[in-house]
Design a protein. Sequence first.
Length: 275
Amino acid sequence: MIHVAILQHAYLEAILDGRKTVEMRLTRTNRVPFEAVEVGERLFFKRSGGPFRATAIADHVLFMGDLKPRDVVRIRRDYNEWIGADGAFWQSRRDCRFCSLIWLREVERIRFGPRMRPHHGVAWQCLPESADVYPRCAVLREDETKAQAVQDQQSGGLSSSNTANTRVLDGAILIPLTEGNLRHGHVYLTRHIDRFPADALGGPTRALVGKPVRLHFEGGEVVETDIVASRRIFRSRAWRTWFARRGAEPGDRVRLDPHGPRGFRVTLVPARVSP
C-alpha cells in the first residue's frame, strides 16, 4: 500500500530539510493512518491546497490507542523534538485517543504524486500499490532541487536541502547533529537501529534497561549504555559533556565505527571535513 498525507506548508518544509523526521497523526476516532502503515511502505506528502512536494519510506511505526490527556502530554514530551509541532497544535489535540507515529527515511523532493480521489478535507489516503504513480511522480534532479529551494525562500518558505539524513560509510554510521541533539545530549539512532544488538533495546525507565553496548569516545572515555527503544537514543547522558569538550556544532557528524562484538568507536566529524 502507498499513502498520501496532506500537510501544512511549514511541516512539509521541515520534512524536506531534515528537521522533522517523524510524521504524527493524533485523532479522536480510529481512522487512517492508525494501524494502516507498515514499515517499508511509501508515503507521499502533499501541501494542503497545493501540489505534492515530498516522498519518503516508513522506517519505523508506532501506534497507541485509548489515550488519555496525560498520555498526549507524554507523547509531546517524548517525541515532539522529532515531530516539531507547536503548542497550539498540542492544545487542540489534548483530547485525542489515537496516535500514529511514523519515522521517515529516504526523503526526496518530488514534482508530482499519485493519482488520487478528491480528499475533501480528509488528511490521509491509503492507495493500492497499483495506483498510477510513476512516471507521473518524478524525483527532482539536483539542479531542479536548488531552483525549487530558491523559489521556496522567495515565497517565504524554508531552505529544503536534505543534508540531515543519516548515512552509512564503509560499515560506519554517520549521524548529523542538530541544535536539539546538542541541547539535550543525545543522537538519533532510528535509521540504523538494526545495527545494534536487539537485547540492547530497553524500556523507558532504568528499571527496564537492556543489555549495554560499549561506546569508546574519542578522547579516551568509555561508557556502557543501553538504548531507549521508544525514543531510539542512547540512555547515557555522557553525550552533552563530550559535545562540549569536542566543541561540537550543528551540522557536525558523529561517526560510530564497530569496535568488537558490542562496541563502537565514537568520533566527531566537523561539517567542513569529508569523512
